[in-house]
Design a protein around this ligand. Structure first.
Ligand code: SF4
Length: 369
């Protein structure tokens, strides 16, 4: 096992890792200049999101918001729209809050200081370490899911990753093995190797540059490492909503700022109550959230979206109503709007409602497009 007492092996491990990274790294857009603002955006986007997807969003984001000042000055709706589809919208809101604070309290630059970074909204120890090591080449060790899996195999750890003793051991490994002379490339190399070679399923050990240091490979236990944590079942949530149409316009409302998905837009709806059908729930929710009594609603489509801990099934209904004589009485929204089918695309929606908007575009009311 490579550890403190085996300096030659540690040197060889770092050397192989860095050599592999030099020729195999993916050409990600923030890797050309390592501008601290770019690295910060990539790290926030990269939380819970695949790198290929991050790269697409990153390019559009930098075109729209080239620096901290443009993030700080943008309307929240523009920020949420640029983030739409990445999920976990609190990341985007925190990003903007952090940009505003940096502009108000200093020169408006990403700080090269751990304490200043973790004091910012949305930046925890991992993200602070990632920014410091990747943007500023400072010696902070990193442990993300890819690195944890790689280390668990490297040391052939026969305990689940989430166990306290395993965490301590992984942290110690990260400290010991860190290349303090080249933390930027070393940390990226580790994560890249975990993402491309030492993958969760079927790692390509035959192509692995550090195979000779891997205990699990030698013990033929790779397929059993890391040991799985006890799996939590996803919680099923069933919801229903009504797409209200009047003439060629659709009714949408903006969620309250403190709600989950605060600031995003949606069709009125909510969770089914016990014993209630989706249709009954949809009618009740419209009444509760707008004061409008609807009855003649037609089944439109059902969509499903997976979150880390939840699986949400959303039943969408359609209802055509005459031009309203009464204003809605909003109880679950900060404002509302009647918009055309084309305009729906300009508003940020949570994933399930976004799927309903896409379905509207492709399947319904072609005569009004
Ligand atoms: Fe991962 Fe296989 Fe390399 Fe070991 S030899 S680090 S299991 S890819």
């Amino acid at each position: 096992m490579i550890d403190k007492e085996n300096a030659a092996e540690i040197d060889d491990w770092r050397h192989r890792l860095l050599e592999w990274f030099a020729t195999h790294q993916r050409p990600l857009p923030w890797r050309t200049t390592y501008t601290p603002y770019h690295v910060w955006i990539s790290e926030i986007m990269g939380q819970q999101t695949q790198m290929e997807r991050v790269a697409q969003y990153f390019i559009r984001w930098i075109e729209r918001f080239p620096d901290l000042a443009s993030v700080a000055a943008a309307p929240e709706q523009a920020i949420l729209k640029a983030w739409e589809g990445l999920g976990y919208y609190s990341r985007a809101r925190n990003l903007q809050r952090a940009a505003v604070r940096l502009l108000e309290t200093g020169p408006g630059e990403v700080p090269a200081d751990y304490q200043q970074l973790i004091d910012l909204p949305g930046i925890g120890p991992y993200t602070a370490g990632a920014i410091l090591s990747i943007a500023f080449n400072l010696p902070y060790p990193l442990l993300d899911a890819n690195v944890e899996r790689l280390f668990a195999r490297l040391a052939d750890i026969d305990r689940p990753l989430k166990q306290g003793t395993t965490k301590k051991r992984l942290t110690a490994m990260a400290e010991t093995l860190l290349d303090r002379k080249n933390p930027r490339n070393y940390n990226q190399a580790l994560m890249e190797l975990g993402a491309l070679v030492c993958t969760p399923k079927k790692p390509t050990c035959a192509l692995c540059p550090v195979q000779m240091h891997c205990r699990a490979y030698r013990a033929d236990t790779v397929e059993f490492r890391p040991l799985p944590n006890s799996k939590k079942q996803k919680i099923d949530i069933v919801m229903a909503c009504v797409i209200l149409r009047s003439g060629s316009e659709y009714f949408i409302q903006q969620r309250l700022p403190d709600d989950i998905w605060g600031g995003l837009w949606e069709f009125p709806g909510g969770r089914l109550e016990e014993g209630e059908s989706a249709r009954e729930a949809a009618i009740r929710e419209v009444m509760e959230e707008t004061g409008w009594q609807v009855s003649d609603i037609a089944t439109f489509t059902t969509v499903t979206h997976h979150y880390t801990r939840y699986r949400v099934t959303l039943h969408g209904f359609l209802c055509t109503i005459p031009p309203c004589s009464t204003e809605p009485v909003l109880t679950a929204a900060s404002q509302c709007a009647w918009v055309s089918l084309e305009q729906l695309s300009e508003y940020p929606f949570p994933a399930g409602h976004r799927q309903l908007v896409s379905a509207l575009h492709t399947t319904i009311f072609p005569e009004i497009r």
